[in-house]
Write a protein that binds this ligand. Sequence first.
Ligand SMILES: Cc1cc2nc3c(=O)[nH]c(=O)nc-3n(C[C@H](O)[C@H](O)[C@H](O)COP(=O)(O)OP(=O)(O)OC[C@H]3O[C@@H](n4cnc5c(N)ncnc54)[C@H](O)[C@@H]3O)c2cc1C
Length: 299
Amino acid sequence: MPMARQAAARFVAGETQAQALQVVEQLNQRGILATLDHLGESTTRPGDAEQATAEILSLLDAIQSAGVQANVSIKLSQIGLVVDPALCEANLWKILTRARELGNFVRIDMEDSSLTQRTLDLYFKALTGGFAQHVGIVLQAYLYRTEADLTRVLTAGGRVRLCKGAYKEPPSRAFSRKSDVNLNFDQLALQMLRYTLRHGAPQVSSDGRTPPIPALATHDPQRIRFVRQAVEELYLSRRAVEFQMLYGIRRDLQESLTAEGFPVRVYVPYGTHWYPYFMRRLGERPANLWFFLKNFFQH
Ligand SMILES: Cc1cc2nc3c(=O)[nH]c(=O)nc-3n(C[C@H](O)[C@H](O)[C@H](O)COP(=O)(O)OP(=O)(O)OC[C@H]3O[C@@H](n4cnc5c(N)ncnc54)[C@H](O)[C@@H]3O)c2cc1C
């Protein structure tokens, strides 16, 4: 396991809040925004869900004290969605209340499709329950249902991070061909940009915490090219969209987009529960696995 932990360090900022905040400071110095994720998911005990909630609350406070340009990403399964939905709702309310007090923003990550509906239900409750400026959702381009979900979220004035999707899904729910996922990503991104054009949606906030409605989370140069071209053709301000990438992936792109004037936010995970996150990053790119195995056998 120590080998795996060493390899995971490429994608994970450290085990402690202090290490993660240090990474955020370095990103901010390069003009890059951050979203911090205290790693953890699929919690099976109420006590663990409460502990995760306490860590997220303390993270919001720590961001405030450090004065860094960062918001927070959470997973509902980490704060009790599977073990006790009522507890999860209570925990989410605590987190969003603190974010609202501090003028910060919480993005609800999207997990596997067994949780999509429950995640959206709670998100909509929060959106209409007084937290509209402080909560956002993630939608995944690989799911067939996302086109309808996106329309519903945009109509309700919600803020969306669009990504391709990171979980293994059956063909009954998700496109299995990469080309179909890519095409859907482009179409959904365009829908988000057109919505921004029609409604003059807010730009990234001056403290760098609240993102604009179209947050496009991808490292795929072709998707990024498509979005950049659409922004130009629609005469949108570059500040009205945000590109998001993962810590440890395509730093060159993060920097070139920042230099061009696009807000770029890096997802910075930290904590001791790094294993499932690391396995998803390995699975996305066979080259990562080869790199890991090569190092493993060299030691
Ligand atoms: C900010 C952010 C938040 C996310 N939140 C969620 C979420 O809530 N739910 C969810 O299901 N998914 C989430 N994802 C993951 C996402 O769904 C994809 O699995 C992941 O981003 C890879 O897809 P891609 O768009 O980069 O395209 P890909 O076609 O997979 O990759 C394009 C290029 O990016 C680089 N790249 C991509 N992945 C890796 C990797 N692991 N290691 C090294 N290089 C890589 C390679 O150069 C690759 O050629 C998030 C991604 C980002 C960036």
